[in-house]
Design a protein around this ligand. Structure first.
Ligand code: G1P
Length: 306
């Protein structure tokens, strides 16, 4: 592997791993993939695709699994539905669907046949990505801010090239749930990474900066993932291969300015619904009033965060 020559090619493709079983959302996920669970009025996966497109991504690679075909259907054209909406004069609904319609040929689907870990899921996309840098967005992490997380990262990438992962501060008590980085010197609008640990044992995390599920990676990661070495939880961990890559290539942490909702947990999922409803002009007032009435607080979200 040519570890020291890092290309500065444009990032055109994104990988979205959607093979997970979603056991924390059973029984819903018995029939509906967790990525299709709804936040306000659209499935979680739509927010992730929108974030990728807003960052200039042209092609999305889904790494799916059994019982996930509905995701492929969701991004297809629904002719009958469009026809019915047209006949009923539902102009706005039709326009929304058309706006969200991906361009022909702009999505690929491949399967992770066995749940061997995130590193393995990403590796499954190697042939479709080829020899190019790529974005990776984990669909159960919904980011929310004035400017989308991947867009912010892409601006850093345009200046620096290399590999960039977004991080945010978490409650140190939650560090064992995530990949955690060690923060080095400031560099390129972010910082150098001194360490990366996947799911550190309680009390051993190098910081409280957790990897929030947004990455820009160089294709050399695939050669490392191909070794299929198992890490935390007996799974093939992306974090372990990233640590190796960080010793050979430019590799930066970037503190994303905005919020991340961990929709792999019920609380995170509910908070994403509330926060997104409160940020929408058509829903903010009603949602605020409803929350106030239900909790007896004038502004429950601000109080909760205080
Ligand atoms: C994965 C990554 C971890 C990251 C997390 C964000 O873990 O391995 O580094 O912090 O996503 O959600 P998982 O949630 O798949 O256990």
């Amino acid at each position: 592997m040519a570890m020291n020559s890092v290309s500065h090619k444009r990032v055109r493709k994104a990988v979205l791993p959607v093979a997970g079983l979603g056991t924390r959302f059973l029984p819903a996920t018995k029939a509906v993939p967790k990525e299709m669970l709804n936040i306000v009025d659209r499935p979680m996966i739509q927010y992730i695709v929108d974030e990728a497109l807003a960052a200039g991504i042209e092609h999305i690679v889904f790494v799916t699994g059994r019982n996930k075909h509905i995701i492929e259907d969701y991004f297809d054209i629904a002719y009958e539905l469009n026809d019915t909406l047209t006949r009923r004069g539902k102009v706005e609904a039709l326009a929304t669907l058309q706006r969200m319609q991906p361009a022909a040929g702009a999505m690929s689907f491949t399967r992770q046949q066995e749940p061997l870990g995130l590193g393995h899921a990403v590796w499954c996309a190697r042939d479709i990505i080829g020899d190019e840098p790529f974005a990776l967005l984990l669909p159960d992490m919904i980011t929310h801010g004035e400017r989308p997380c991947m867009k912010q990262m892409m601006e850093v990438y345009d200046r620096t090239g290399g590999n960039i992962i977004a991080v945010q501060a978490c409650d140190p008590a939650d560090a064992h749930k995530y990949g955690i980085v060690g923060k080095g010197k400031p560099a390129a609008g972010g910082f150098q990474i001194t360490e990366m640990v996947e799911k550190p044992a309680k009390g051993t995390a190098p910081s409280n900066l957790y990897i929030n599920g947004r990455y820009i990676l160089q294709p050399e990661i695939f050669g490392l993932l191909a070794k299929q070495e198992k890490g935390a939880g007996g799974e093939i961990q992306l974090t372990d291969s990233m640590l190796t890559l960080s010793k050979a290539q430019k590799f930066y942490g970037y503190e994303f300015s905005g919020e991340t909702f961990d929709c792999g947990s019920k609380e995170g999922f509910i908070e994403a619904n509330v926060a997104i409803a409160l940020s929408r002009a058509d829903m903010a007032e009603g949602t605020r009033a409803m929350l106030g009435a239900r909790t007896g607080m004038a502004d429950p979200l601000q109080r909760a965060r205080a």
